[in-house]
Design a protein around this ligand. Structure first.
Ligand code: FHN
Length: 457
């Protein structure tokens, strides 16, 4: 097909090879935190919640529970006057993230309600005017920096309560003035964030789907350039902007906009080929939906540690980062269920993180037992489905350059028996290597077989 002439296509190459991007590629596991005014209602108003398929908790300003007052948005927009998280301790969260094994955090500086968690000069609707007063973004950045966890700032372009924000394309002169003011305001806030928190590694953009933003392709292109010039190495995903034809994530010629694909929200690619070799992350809630605090998890399926480890390995086996979301309450405490999951994931990572950090996709026939990851000459198979005969069969293409030459379990020094099993199947492109688990082997969690790849004997 013919290539389109595109003025506002990608600014950076699809596969950046600089140090900052290599670091991103090695993270494996990240933490997302959705924290803001919506933590106060916690997905309920007057005991009525938005469960059972209704909107997410941070959307409560728009979903209006049946018992919400008529002037509900006004009620919501005044909740900040009560925001005083007495238990908030950024160091405690950062320590928890570190123990869980997260290498980066994405923190909501401002969600769709427009409330800023930092004392922005460009709007009064910010943390400075709450009883809490202190700069929460700074506390987060400092605490996570101190733990060696890279910080990315989540930023919603769309703002529900800003009179200058409009979702449709500005048409009249008055609308054009409003829209120009809103764009200038957005630019100011982003430059302010870079100036205030120079150690951050990137932005995680959201709320960029409305026509008002989509039609501003020239502005957003120039803004991306400006942000990058101000902050060398800055990492921005594919959600920030679109080309002049309105194509988002990928431009009209199919080229990735931004440094990594950012479309994997509560979904995972089934097949590696879907990714076209692009970098990506997947962001995931613990309940079915709901990113901000949810008081009541009852009646909902809550992902357990094995579900989350399965998703983590699914992602890293396809060169993606897995980012698990936490929605702390209005006092600054994580949900007790989040505390438990963080602890369990951390315990697993203590033994098995070698199969997660800095690993890459390996082109092997898919395993029935779990997920492959690879790092230099090491091949890892994270086993979720354990076979009844305790024998884990590795299929390798007959023409593969390297094959497994030894095997062991992560967290156990014993060498496992590895045998070549040539099945002699007609027209089979593969050959097989069997790893025998010890007869007394016990596992109540997924486990990792680590193999060395070498030349076949
Ligand atoms: O609408 C938001 C939602 O509240 C949440 O922030 C997620 C996180 O990826 N993003 C949006 C929808 O794409």
């Amino acid at each position: 097909t013919e290539k389109k002439e595109i003025k506002y296509g990608p600014i950076t190459p699809a596969h950046r090879t600089d140090e900052a991007m290599e670091r991103f590629r090695d993270y494996g596991l990240g933490q997302f935190i959705h924290w803001g005014i919506y933590a106060i209602p916690g997905n309920e108003w007057e005991g009525v919640s938005a469960r059972n398929g209704a909107a997410a908790s941070e959307w409560i300003r728009s979903w209006r529970g049946p018992r919400a007052p008529k002037d509900w948005t006004k009620t919501y927009d005044n909740l900040y006057k009560q925001f005083d998280p007495k238990d908030f301790d950024a160091k405690r969260w950062a320590k928890q993230a570190k123990d869980m094994g997260a290498k980066y955090v994405i923190f909501t500086t401002k969600h769709h309600d427009g409330f800023a968690m930092w004392p922005t000069k460009y709007s009064d609707y910010n943390i400075r005017h709450t009883p809490y007063k202190k700069d929460i973004v700074k506390e987060i950045v400092d605490a996570y920096d101190a733990e060696g966890i890279d910080v990315y700032l989540y930023f919603s372009i769309l703002e529900w309560n800003n009179p200058d924000y409009m979702s449709s394309e500005p048409k009249t002169e008055e609308e054009k003035r409003k829209s120009a003011r809103f764009l200038a305001y957005t630019r100011n806030q982003l430059l302010e964030l870079l100036e205030n928190y120079p150690s951050i590694k990137g932005f995680w953009f959201d709320g960029t789907w409305d026509r008002s933003w989509v039609q501003a392709a020239e502005f957003t292109y120039n803004l991306e350039k400006e942000l990058r010039a101000q902050h060398p190495g800055l990492i921005i995903g594919s959600r920030f902007r679109n080309d002049e034809y309105g194509k988002r994530h990928f431009d009209s010629n199919g080229n990735l906009l931004g440094d990594y694909e950012q479309g994997w929200e509560r979904k995972l690619p089934q097949d590696y080929s879907w990714l076209n070799g692009n970098d990506w992350d997947a962001v995931m809630t613990i309940p079915p939906n709901g990113w901000g605090y949810m008081k009541d998890w009852s009646g909902l399926y809550i992902k357990d540690t094995n579900d989350l480890l399965d998703m983590l390995m699914h992602c890293v086996s396809m060169n993606g980062n897995f980012v698990l979301n936490f929605g702390p309450d209005g006092q600054g405490n994580m949900h007790p269920g989040e505390d438990r999951l963080a602890k369990e994931i951390g315990e697993w990572m203590t033994v098995n993180s070698e199969a997660v950090y800095g690993v890459r996709y390996i082109d092997l026939p898919l395993s029935k037992y779990g997920y492959y990851t690879k790092k230099e000459s090491k091949l890892y198979l994270t086993v979720f489905n354990r076979p009844v005969n305790n024998r884990i069969r590795i299929a390798i293409q007959k023409d593969a350059e390297a094959v497994p030459v030894d095997a062991k379990l992560l967290g156990d020094a014993a060498v496992l028996t590895l045998t070549h099993a040539d099945m002699g199947l007609d027209r089979d492109k593969n050959t097989y290597y069997d790893v025998q688990l010890p007869a007394d082997f016990k596992a109540d969690k997924p486990f990792v077989i680590k193999m060395t790849l070498g030349t076949a004997k």
